[in-house]
Structures are given as structure tokens and as C-alpha cells.
Design a protein around this ligand. Sequence first.
Ligand code: ATP
Ligand code: MG
Length: 430
Amino acid sequence: MTTAYISEISKYEGQDVTLKGWLYNKRSSGKIKFIILRDGTGLIQAVAVKGEIEDKYFDLIEELTQESSLAVTGTIREDKRSPWGYEMTLKSLEVVHIAEEYPISLKEHGTSFLMDNRHLWLRSEGQRHVLRIRHEIIQSIRQFYYERGFTLIDSPILTPASVEGTSTLFETDYFDGKAYLSQSGQLYLEPAIAAFGKVYCFGPTFRAEKSKTRRHLQEFWMVEPEVAFNDHEDNIKLAEEFVSYIVAWVLEKCGRELDALERDKTKLEKVKAPFGRVTYTDAVERLKKEGIEIEWGDDFGAEHETVIGSWFETPVVIEKYPAKIKPFYMQPDAENPDLVANMDVIAPEGYGEIIGGSQRDHDLERLKKKVIAQGLPLESYEWYLDVRRYGSVPHAGFGLGIERTVAWLSGSKHIRETIPYPRMLYRLYP
Ligand code: ATP
Ligand code: MG
């Protein structure tokens, strides 16, 4: 007997196959019993009619509990009325394991209960759709940089110091000393551009942020490109092309998931380069005019980002922030040294910042002064400053947060559902 997956069932129309999976649901109306099976690739209904299937199999269905594992064998038929397009006429079944009473029923549960059972919640259709979209986003990212000739540089997770100060660093013992979990791979990518030209890293990053918001995790995945000879404008262009590419990929590959999640695809179809653009200074002016409290020099919060995002249908690039609220490594703006050549990309529909990046300062002496002025130990950065000692070049890069991108594209209200096992302020289980 051929063993098949539900996703490829159309190939077996009219044939007998075996499907292996878990019992999603069942119901019965006297002489007919219906099993809904899921196998990780899809759902299908199998129908058993008393008299047409051996009694021992018909009776076995009675014993099946939700999430029991089993193998079903029968004939595949096209069925236009079925939400899955096909049905199986059951001929036999084999129980692999009868599940204990399953804690997650098909009715509504509270989020805290579902998070305690995250390892089981993963099996639910909605969660599976979001994580399939995550999977495709990651695939599109790899493909984007591969097509453009970037080299993947894996940055270390255990690091001796931080990129931007120590307040949000996770510290761990490292033999006789201390190490910190990486917050960003950027410092390690900059030296690599002199070896490979165009590079990117992609991995988990860790921030001990005490904030409990819908868009902050303590562990999240970030993709960071870094390009030799790119300036501020090149950096924005790369970010716009990158985000547009991801969105187009997800629209192409995840139509089923987006529909099941009731995501408004017309909003995503508008995501094409060039994006909306506003300077930090103009954004502050406009926010003030709209009666929103902010002063030049303040950083934008989530509320500000939501308003700025609403000015455009595409994502929006906010550029040239005050130098005093940004880290030492950013290149000063060519016209106004109080500003830096940085940019954030804000997703529309209130999803907030998905990208933060900048042109990097490539002037050795100026950079040294800024390291000292920001109270950072110069000796820890000597290796990083070497990028400016041996063939320094203008260069730029940015970081895109995977989970915020998944939340936006899948329409998830909270970032906790966009990663298989979220790490949050009050959650390290399971
Ligand atoms: P925010 O101001 O929202 O905390 P940030 O300015 O700290 O963001 P960056 O340091 O620029 O963010 O990081 C680059 C990207 O990484 C962000 O645009 C976002 O997509 C993502 N990111 C940052 N912090 C988190 C977090 N705690 N959880 C999930 N994603 C994050
Ligand atoms: Mg932050």
C-alpha cells in the first residue's frame, strides 16, 4: 500500500493509499462515522459506512480520542463540498497510540493556558499557519541574499562586550570571566565586508529588555546585511527591495495560510519600493501639528510609530535621527552633524518598526572620540576599529527582526505567536 501525505493527495484520486497522522476531530451519525485526520501537511476527512467497512474497524473509531495517532487506509475521492477538496472512503485503520485526554479542545482557551501548553498549541491550525509563514519568510531571506551574491557570515552568540551599552545584556559565566549573549551581529559583520564585500548574518539575538509589549521578545531572530561602499541612500534602497521581496514571496507561497488567517492581502499587495519617506525632524513637526506630545530629541515610541505609519500605505522610512539618541557607530549626516545617516523602516497597519540601520562611521579618529564620549572602554573596541585602520571604506547595513515581520505579514496581534517557543519577561517555559 502506498503511504502518502495529505498535501499530495490530488495525485491519488481514485486510488487506495495509507495516511498517517493524528485525530483532529470525529463525529458520527448512526451508520456513518467521520474522522478528520491531520498529518502536518493538511487535513482530510475519512468516511466509514457501517456494512461497507469491516465491523472491527468501524467499532475501533469509537475508541479514538482527540490527538490519537493512527494510520488510515482507503480510497481517495474528489469532493467539491469538502473544504479540503478530497475525501477518503475508509477501508481499514490502525491505531498507533490512544491519546490521553487532550488539554486543548477545539473551543476557546485563555492565552496564558495556551502559552503554558505552547508545545501542544503548535498543533493548532492557526499557529501552524503563522509558523508556516515564518518558514517561508526565512526561505525568502536566504534566497534574496543568495541571488544578490551576499556571503553568509555567522556571528558569535557568546561575546565579550555589547554593541550599545550593557543595560539589556544577558550575562553568563565564561570560565573565570564573563560573557554576554549577542544583541546584534553587526560589529562582527563590519570586518567581514573587507573580506567578502557583501555579507549578512542571520541568527538569534538576546535582549534583557524589561519591557512587556506586544512587539518585544527577550530572544528574537534578526537578519543583518552589511555592504562595503554602500552609503545611506544605497542602504535605504536595499531595505526597500528586501522588504518588497519578502512580501511578494509570502503572497505567492502562502495564499492558503493568509486566507485561513483572514489576512487582508490587498494591503500587502501595496508593499512595493519605493516606500514612504520622512525625516525624523519633519516627522516630529507633523506629529506636533497633529497634537501628539513629542519634542525634537525624543525617541519615537510605539504610539508615534503607529501614527507615522498611518501617513502612508506602504511601509515608511524614517531617516536622520538626532545623533545624541543613537549609538556611536553611526555616520554623521553630511549636511548637519547633529543628525546621523540612519533609517528605521516602519511597517504599516500599526505593526511598528521592523528595520533599524545606518551608514557606519568609517573615520577612525572621530569614531574613537565617540566611543570614549559614550563611556565605552576603548580597548574592547580595538579589533572593531581595525576596520578603519586597514583600507577603511564607507559602508552601511541594517537589521530586520523576523518576528515583527511575521506578525505584520500574518496579521498576528502579538509577537509571542510568531516564534515556536517565545522567551518573554515572565516566560521561560516550556
Ligand atoms: P525598539 O525601539 O522597537 O525596541 P530597536 O530600536 O531596539 O527597536 P534595533 O536595535 O534597531 O531595534 O533592532 C533591529 C530590529 O530588530 C528592529 O527593527 C526590530 O524588528 C527587531 N527587534 C528589536 N528588538 C526586538 C525585540 N525585543 N523583540 C523582537 N524584535 C526586536
Ligand atoms: Mg529596543
